[in-house]
Design a protein around this ligand. Structure first.
Ligand SMILES: Nc1nc2c(ncn2[C@@H]2O[C@H](COP(=O)(O)OP(=O)(O)OP(=O)(O)O)[C@@H](O)[C@H]2O)c(=O)[nH]1
Ligand SMILES: [Mg+2]
Length: 460
């Protein structure tokens, strides 16, 4: 672990009110003192109270003023990284921030690697691995709900939950070890007690995995494609959901020829909406390509809205499109243009044709059924997972792998109980503990640590 002084611009590039250059490492304040002159000349950064801002100027090599800045100092271990830190607030904008950073680096401070500040926080015990992963989720949160979940992880909710499970394993391991060492004193191993402990742990892991699946929906979102034959109102539906005229709408069949993707937030779930070209037989090459893209989008998306035009009714063309959709349980049927007088689709028709499916009667023109559609999308996205809502955990891919490995070892122990020697059982338990231990990352290998931080940006 390197412990030199690192620096980076921590605010995003571009124009802004201010930009912040962050510096961390033993001796940071002394370095900045060399290039900073306080407005009130008696103020000395070295003795300034931590977390207080000092106004002054950043000076270049010729002692000319580079920028007017505010400087905050923090002393170890009371900082983000746990090290001595300085934050220089300079004027926002690409050039001031870059010049400020250059000046900082000219004092011998090294440019930080992506995620290095957070990595140092992790190394210095300021946060565990699960919490470090939460930092990236916070930065990338797409909805309030996603942010809330990430904040819980940062507070240590995942870690607390895993620790509870680890305690069960420790207890189980103690039972086994006691019998290994002093079998005459303790009598035979209470297999039933051991079994209960392992089942409890395994159930806890399963709950965490399910909660993670739910968390993923709020974190990563889902994709929803809109399909149907030309002119049924697919683009009108996209616009209605977006509440803006995004896609071209005309009464000419075959208006949309390419995929149109837009993001919306449905009750905290980030949803990628995909409007597609109306599917039909055509000799037009461009339209053909659009249609094959539409079919691919329907295959790839999590949910499919299948549109029908109430006036046009349902003909063989519609039936063919519907029959081509795989996994019908992810389909929502939307009968559009319900504002029209002429209705060629009745409730009996839909009951007959889509007995298992959710059918919504809508008019994109009159804004009817759009709210209901949103409700249905939300409900379908979280089907089977709502029971785990109260746990409120998000689980990263890395954590998921550790949980699955832990579960596998516990299952092995359960299967082998009574059939193998106690020390074999002990090995399974040790492996299970090691797997769960990876989540908070006490004994994480360099490679896994790198994996956590490789997604970070510079300056975080
Ligand atoms: N009366 C009525 N007309 C609608 C409604 N929704 C769409 N339309 C009309 O239907 C026509 C086709 O709408 P689009 O949204 O372009 O249909 P589309 O399915 O995207 O068509 P393609 O892109 O050609 O596949 C337009 O003239 C719309 O104004 C509705 O709810 N009621
Ligand atoms: Mg269209």
């Amino acid at each position: 672990m390197r412990d030199d002084i690192i620096g980076a611009i921590s605010t995003p590039p571009g124009e802004g009110g201010i930009a912040i250059v962050r510096i961390s490492g033993e001796g940071s304040i002394k370095k900045v003192k060399q290039i900073f002159q306080a407005r009130v000349s008696s103020k000395d950064l070295l003795v300034q109270k931590p977390f207080m801002l000092t106004l002054g100027w950043l000076k270049d090599e010729e002692d000319e003023i580079l920028d007017e800045v505010m400087v905050a100092t923090m002393k170890a271990p009371r900082s983000y990284t746990g090290e001595e830190m300085v934050e220089i607030n300079c004027h926002g904008g690409v050039i001031p921030a870059r010049r400020c950073l250059q000046r900082v680096l000219s004092t011998g401070i090294r440019l930080a690697e992506p995620g290095e500040f957070t990595r140092r926080a992790f190394m210095n015990g300021k946060m565990d691995a699960a919490q470090a992963e939460a930092v990236i989720d916070i930065i990338r949160a797409k909805t309030d709900r996603g942010l809330k979940l990430a904040m819980k992880q940062l507070e240590g909710k995942n870690s607390d939950y895993v620790k509870e499970l680890e305690d069960f394993l420790v207890e189980a391991n103690m039972l086994v070890e006691a019998n290994l060492d002093f079998s005459e004193d303790v009598g035979d191993l209470d297999y039933e007690q051991l079994r209960q402990l392992l089942l409890k742990t395994s159930a806890g892991i399963e709950k965490m995995l399910k909660s993670g699946e739910l968390g993923d929906i709020y974190k990563e979102g889902i994709s929803v494609s809109i399909c149907g034959k030309p002119n049924v109102g697919k683009s009108s539906l996209l616009n209605a959901l977006l509440r803006k005229e995004r896609a071209i709408v005309t009464d000419v069949p075959g208006t949309t020829r390419d995929l149109i993707e837009e993001y919306i937030n449905i009750k905290g779930i980030p949803v990628k909406l995909i409007d597609t070209a109306g599917i039909r037989e055509t000799r037009d090459l461009v339209e053909q390509i659009g249609i094959s893209r539409a079919q691919q989008a329907v295959r790839d998306s999590d949910l499919v809205i299948f549109l029908l035009d109430i006036e046009a009714g349902m003909n063989d063309e519609d039936r063919a499109i519907y029959n081509d959709i795989e996994n019908k349980e992810r389909v929502i049927v939307l009968i559009n243009k319900d504002d029209l007088m002429v209705k060629n689709i009745s409730e009996e028709d839909t009951k007959k044709n889509f007995p298992e499916l959710k059918v919504i009667w809508a008019s994109t023109k009159e804004d009817i059924g759009i709210q209901e559609l949103e409700d249905v999308i939300e409900k379908m996205a979280v089907t089977g997972l709502m029971d785990y809502d109260n746990l409120g955990l998000t689980v990263s891919l890395r954590q998921k792998e550790s949980l699955l490995a832990g579960k596998k070892y516990i299952q092995e122990a359960l299967d082998a109980m009574g059939e193998v020697t106690l020390d074999c059982l002990g090995v399974d338990l040790q492996n299970a503990m090691a797997s769960l231990g990876e989540i908070t990352g006490r004994n994480l290998k360099e490679e896994s640590i790198n994996r956590i931080f490789k997604e970070f940006c510079i300056g975080k």
